[in-house]
Write a protein that binds this ligand. Structure first.
Ligand code: ADP
Ligand code: MG
Length: 333
């Protein structure tokens, strides 16, 4: 029998769902490539490990930027690699549902479609991510009731209003987890004269990051290592939750602003529904500590965090695969 596969091709991660097995892969969306031979050397976690640590002839590439395919050949190779591994022994080519951000251009949608076909799909359905995110976090969007979903990914934050099984309004801003990481890097460089890499910044964010400064005191602390900018040697310092919260103020503000603008642009009937039902947050960036509270305070609306925000979109592809006939109407072939 042909396999049904769902793929969340994110800026930071590729997550794959098999209808008969559930989630089967969750890997960083990174490729390491030899610049001399042009061949891919490593994919996923192993390539991620190499980031910032490669000799001259090896480069690490993130083929997806802001949720859309930026490097076609590398994306195709990567998907092909995973499909070969995951569908080994399968006789028939799989049917694939792949998510793209709302409002992508025709060319970007086509690129996602073509990459999947070239990677070995029999049929491909390209679906807009806010819809998949809503399905994945079990929002009932089939009713004539407005529901709001915020998906904070690596490169973008998408705010969408859904009703009657479709997207009524969506707005995407190029702020997400990556901007948070770079804000941390520049804060530490400017204020503490220490240079830290992207991986360290991400670890700091996950461990002691917060969307608002602690009410009193400095909050949690963490030891971090980097290169001293004054004398150029490796050094270890202690950083506080308060400092990291300060560094994150700008990206957090940009996310709040995007939510407010989306609310301003929502038709009154739908806005009234959102007052009742609130906002659902999903995507890895939404796990940032206190971000839900900050958005709740800024909008005065109930805000909830989806269960397992990192896998909402791919679980949404699972639901779409299960109800294939019902979803035919919103799938693009
Ligand atoms: P994408 O769909 O763009 O690949 P994801 O939804 O997978 O993005 O989210 C990835 C982002 O979430 C990354 O920037 C990552 O650093 C961030 N992230 C993951 N876990 C946490 C956490 N505990 N706190 C803050 N950010 C997190
Ligand atoms: Mg995503």
């Amino acid at each position: 029998m042909a396999k049904d596969i769902g793929i969340d091709l994110g800026t930071t991660k590729i997550v794959i769902y098999d209808r008969s097995k559930g989630m089967i892969l969750d890997d960083p969306c990174v490729i390491a490539k030899d610049t001399e031979s042009g061949k891919a050397i490593k994919y996923g976690a192993e390539a991620y490990e190499m980031m910032g640590r490669t000799p001259r002839q090896i480069v690490t590439i993130r083929p997806v930027r802001s949720g859309v395919i930026n490097r076609y050949t590398e994306t195709l190779k990567m998907v092909q690699y995973y499909l070969r591994r995951l569908c080994a022994g399968a006789v028939m080519k799989p049917r694939i549902i792949v998510g793209v951000p709302y409002g992508v251009t025709e060319v970007e949608r086509q690129a996602a479609f073509d990459a999947m076909i070239a990677a070995g799909a029999k049929r491909v359905y390209v679906v807009e991510e806010p819809l998949l995110a809503a399905l994945g976090c079990d929002l009932d969007i089939s009713q004539p009731r407005g529901r709001m979903v915020i998906d904070i990914g690596g490169g973008t934050t998408e705010v969408a209003v859904l009703s009657l099984g479709g997207i009524v309004y969506s707005r995407s801003v190029r702020v997400g987890g990556d901007k948070m990481d770079s804000a941390i890097i520049s804060y530490i460089r400017r204020n503490l004269n220490l240079l830290v890499g992207e991986g360290s910044a991400e670890r700091i964010k996950k461990e002691i990051g917060s969307a608002c400064v602690p009410a009193k005191g400095d909050g949690k602390t963490m030891e971090i290592k980097g290169r001293d900018l004054v004398n150029g040697v490796p050094k270890e310092i202690v950083i506080t939750e308060r400092q990291i919260a300060e560094s994150l103020a700008e990206p957090v503000m940009a996310i709040v602003e995007a939510v407010k603008i989306a609310l301003e642009n929502t038709a009154p009937e739908l806005a009234a529904d959102i007052v009742d039902k609130g906002i659902m947050m999903t995507g890895g960036g939404s796990i940032l500590a206190n971000l839900d509270t900050v958005i709740r305070n800024a909008t005065g609306l109930p805000v909830s965090l989806a269960e397992d925000p990192l896998t909402c979109v791919v679980r949404g592809t699972g639901k779409a695969l299960d109800n294939f006939e019902e979803f035919r109407g919103v799938l693009y072939e």
